[in-house]
Design a protein around this ligand. Structure first.
Ligand SMILES: [Zn+2]
Length: 283
């Protein structure tokens, strides 16, 4: 049985996806036409794309087309979209121009195919003149993809464990590349991890000076001035993710996804980096 509340909800969802203000004034012709469905209700991949595009327009006032190949599973397309829309909800001015699935050809990362990437205007490859997020057309279906990502999170590889998190990682690239904050994020993370490593393992006291005839070729052992590069990397791997230490771009994107997915449970360093990004966006 369909309740009044359910009908009202569907009408509201419809009004919102069409960009109508709500509470819904009476529709101009006194009639709610059959039209695009909400992201949650979309059944086909094309419907998902249309609903996501409408929702992005509502959030940002801009046209950010979502385009997915028909052979991409609707549920997978929905989860990609949900992640990106969550990003747009928090950062409506994100320099994002389009979202799509694409054939990645031979591009590989580690032992597996590349899941997704963000293409920048500097690469000369984006029609929108902004950043564009592309998901590999060859992606696993949603259930399997979430399983794999969950396992990767459990092993510490990524800061998130689902498809939505993957989309938010890419959104993190769009933000940090767009605002030029990846370097700052990396510096902050490195200093933070150094201090944390040092607190956990204070340096051994300086060894007594040895007479010169006992010295090896290396000379007097240096007094330890700080934690080793490897120890700092390990701290960052443990506190954020293995993938975060790949380079400053991945570090920034991982920190972004960490906060968006894990909220209050995110690492301290991820929240600091998000704070820096937000300060930059507000400027
Ligand atoms: Zn990345």
């Amino acid at each position: 049985m369909v309740t009044q509340a359910e009908i009202a909800r569907k009408i509201r969802v419809f009004m919102i996806t069409r960009g109508h203000p709500y509470p819904g004034q009476r529709y101009r012709h006194g009639w709610i036409p059959v039209g695009p469905v909400s992201l949650a209700e979309a059944k086909t991949t094309a419907e998902v794309a249309a609903a996501a595009t409408a929702e992005a327009k509502r959030l940002t006032g801009r046209d950010i087309p979502f385009e997915f190949h028909d052979d991409v599973e609707p549920q997978l397309a929905r989860e990609y979209s949900e992640g990106v829309l969550q990003g747009l909800d928090r950062f409506p001015d994100a320099p994002l121009g389009a979202v799509r699935t694409a054939d990645f050809g031979a591009e590989r990362r580690d032992d597996e195919f590349t899941w997704a990437h963000a293409v920048g205007p500097g690469d000369g490859r984006t029609a929108s003149g902004k950043y564009e997020i592309e998901f590999n057309r060859k992606g696993e279906a949603s259930e399997r993809a979430n399983e794999i990502l969950h396992m990767k999170q459990a092993r510490g590889a990524y800061a998130y464990g689902d498809v939505k998190g993957l989309a938010l990682h890419e959104f993190g690239h769009v933000m940090h590349e767009g605002y030029g904050t990846a370097g700052e994020a990396s510096d902050t993370a490195w200093k933070w991890a150094e201090a944390k490593t040092l607190a956990a393992h204070p340096p051994a006291p300086t060894p007594p000076r040895r007479p010169w005839w006992r010295l090896g070729r290396a000379g007097t052992p240096e007094a330890s001035t700080g934690p080793s590069h490897d120890d700092v990397r390990i701290t960052l791997m443990r506190e954020l993710s293995f993938y975060a230490v790949t380079n400053r771009h991945e570090l920034a994107a991982e920190a972004f996804a960490d906060v968006m997915v894990n909220g209050d449970q995110a690492s301290d360093i991820s929240r600091q980096i998000m704070g820096q990004l937000e300060a930059r966006v507000r400027r």
